[in-house]
Design a protein around this ligand. Sequence first.
Ligand SMILES: C[S@@+](CC[C@H](N)C(=O)[O-])C[C@H]1O[C@@H](n2cnc3c(N)ncnc32)[C@H](O)[C@@H]1O
Length: 326
Amino acid sequence: MTAEYRHVPVMLAEVLSELDPQPGEVTCDCTLGGAGHTVELARRVAPDGLSIGIDQDDMALAAATERLEREVPEAETLLLKGNFGDLDELLVEAEVPGVDCFLFDLGVSSPQLDIPERGFSYHEDAPLDMRMNSGNHTLTAAEVVNTYNEADLTRILRVYGDERHAARIARRIVERRAKAPIETTLQLVDVIKAAIPAAARRSGGHPARRAFQALRIEVNHELDVLDRGLRAAVRWANPGGRICVISYHSLEDRIVKHVFSELSQGCTCPPDLPVCVCGHVPIVDVRTRKPLVASDEEVAANPRSRSALMRVAVRIDAPAEGKGLS
Ligand SMILES: C[S@@+](CC[C@H](N)C(=O)[O-])C[C@H]1O[C@@H](n2cnc3c(N)ncnc32)[C@H](O)[C@@H]1O
């Protein structure tokens, strides 16, 4: 681990047990971060296997490159910059016919949260950015806060942040920005604190936590890319290939559950139809009816693991072309 990139991999033992990487296999970590999981995946598939790592964050890619070279020099690795929402294009670039183990460890890494300039932290003042891929000229949190209308702000705060005081916060944001744009994290924290009732300010963690989470999800289109990335992973998985997803909030987990459940469905035609017209063929076997969670020991040692929800599916032998895929 480099001094700048300190992130403890969550549910590592469970990831290795569920993915069960074998020598010579191809693994793809779609959220490489500091390679906390990939370093162990690479160790197990080396020297003949390939470990692909994808991240949209330059800092993560630099830290992971350095760590993999240092800790598993015998492993063949391929690190790609990009968004797992574009997994099809990235795997075409990787020139692999299929993948045996996919991992998605969603959200932000500890360093992304800890470096104030990234604008994810509500503890330190910094420009309101929150882009995981900060090199891109894409939407920033400041643009969301200063340009979205009150109804859209309310919806985002309520749906992505589960924020009870969404309407009050949205109203206060619109009033405040009419005087001057809200440009920094602490300016936004002040607006949020002023918007919510005093009692709520004193309970339930930092008053800006939910709103910051909501903005991060909006800025990085986190839910859309998850649906796309998961479906692509299922398409690219070899027969018997394992797909493991660790989510950190219920909206993400709901998407994982929905995609796995949809792709595990067989024919849904009424029983009295003589032939199948729906075309549904199960293409994954869901291994986790309920999500797995971190052990008490891990939660005590790494509080970030408290909210982790892990789901696993296994690709069934390829069905006839195109069936069941969307
Ligand atoms: C929780 S961290 C992963 C940590 C990693 N498993 C480890 O133990 O070191 C999530 C990482 O995924 C990246 N990420 C999140 N969403 C992404 C996306 N849609 N496409 C590519 N990378 C993404 C973030 O930049 C971050 O580095």
